[in-house]
Design a protein around this ligand. Structure first.
Ligand code: CAA
Length: 285
């Protein structure tokens, strides 16, 4: 099946990024939010990202308008009915996602593929909550979606080969490099990335070096675009903590255990860039 019309649930950081790249390659996009306020904030994020591209000379005003024109914002789930694929990028809460999938299953055409952008929850469990587990997979994008070149396409024991191939072809059509993986907590990237971020926090806790030196070490010594503490601020300390808990729960391996400093910072509301404070202070920038 060729994907021509894309439905997206959730117009946050990830959903808005996915909408932007799908529209850029000529697909029709319907993006659903739970209320008008969240929707207008999300659409504003797409506008801002496209304006950045215009400013950099990568897109002209007419191109920006063409991308925006192909994106329809809505608060009605019914508007996703004739989409060929529906990608869910809502809050990382299994109960909320399952509730949404049960609703989508009754609304969206039978042939459509469902894909979750979850970074750590069970794709298998979400698929099993629908009557189309064979057409259910994971499509895990990376932040910022328009910039990061990867998408993990995740297969469960129930995903059909045909649906999986369609999802992979869709990822490639969006201009991403596809990594295929089986449904397992953290997939490939977060399974490796999160323990690394946690180890950097443990090094800070142990007084091995300052946060600036830990970040400079990994940036300059390993050629990473961001140091691990800067990256944790970027991903969100709450998100990192949440993924660590899921990984620890599954594997019971201390590498996945959240260090006390991370837990304390999350409790204090230091969630990284989005709250203005994480390992670094963003309020002055
Ligand atoms: N939206 C659109 N474009 C953006 C952008 C955004 N939010 N942020 C940056 N860009 C673009 C810029 O326009 C620029 O493009 P050009 O080079 O073509 O002009 C390019 O990205 C670089 O941007 P800047 O020069 O402004 O800034 P930078 O060089 O510091 O790069 C960065 C910013 C791309 C975020 C870079 O620091 C980086 O790659 N950081 C690591 C990000 C990362 O690891 N993300 C994955 C996180 S893990 C995850 O997402 C999975 C999960 O489940 C937790």
């Amino acid at each position: 099946m060729e994907i021509k019309k894309v439905g997206i649930c959730g117009c946050g950081l990830m959903g808005s990024g996915i909408a932007e790249i799908a529209s850029k390659v000529g697909m029709d996009v319907v993006i659903r939010e739970v209320n008008d306020d969240f929707l207008s904030k999300g659409l504003g994020r797409i506008d801002k990202s496209l304006s950045r591209a215009v400013k950099k000379g990568k897109l002209d005003e007419a191109g920006k308008k063409a991308v925006l024109d192909k994106i329809k914002g809505t608060i009605r789930t019914e508007d996703l009915a004739d989409c060929d694929i529906v990608i869910e990028a809502v809050i990382e809460n299994l109960d909320e996602k399952v509730k949404l999938y049960k609703q989508l299953d009754t609304i969206v055409k039978k042939e459509a593929i469902f894909a979750s952008n979850t970074s750590s929850l069970s794709i298998t469990e979400m698929g099993a909550s629908t009557n189309r587990a064979d057409q259910f997979c994971g499509l895990h994008f990376f932040n910022p979606v328009p910039v990061m070149k990867l998408v993990e396409v995740v297969k469960t024991v129930a995903t059909s080969d045909a649906a999986f191939e369609t999802a992979k072809a869709f990822g490639e059509k969006l201009g991403k490099v596809v990594v295929s993986c089986n449904d397992s907590p953290g997939f490939v990237v977060n399974r490796l990335l999160v323990p690394y971020l946690l180890d950097a926090i443990r090094a800070l806790e142990a007084g091995v070096a300052t946060k600036e030196d830990i970040d400079a070490g990994m940036k300059l010594g390993c050629g990473h675009p961001m140091g691990p503490l800067e990256l944790t601020d970027f991903v969100g300390l709450d998100t990192t903590y949440y993924i660590a808990e899921i990984l620890f729960d599954e594997f019971k391996d201390h590498h996945y255990a959240a260090p006390p400093l991370l837990k304390a910072m999350v409790k204090a509301g230091y969630h990284g860039r989005k709250t203005g404070r994480g390992f670094y202070d963003y309020t002055k920038k």
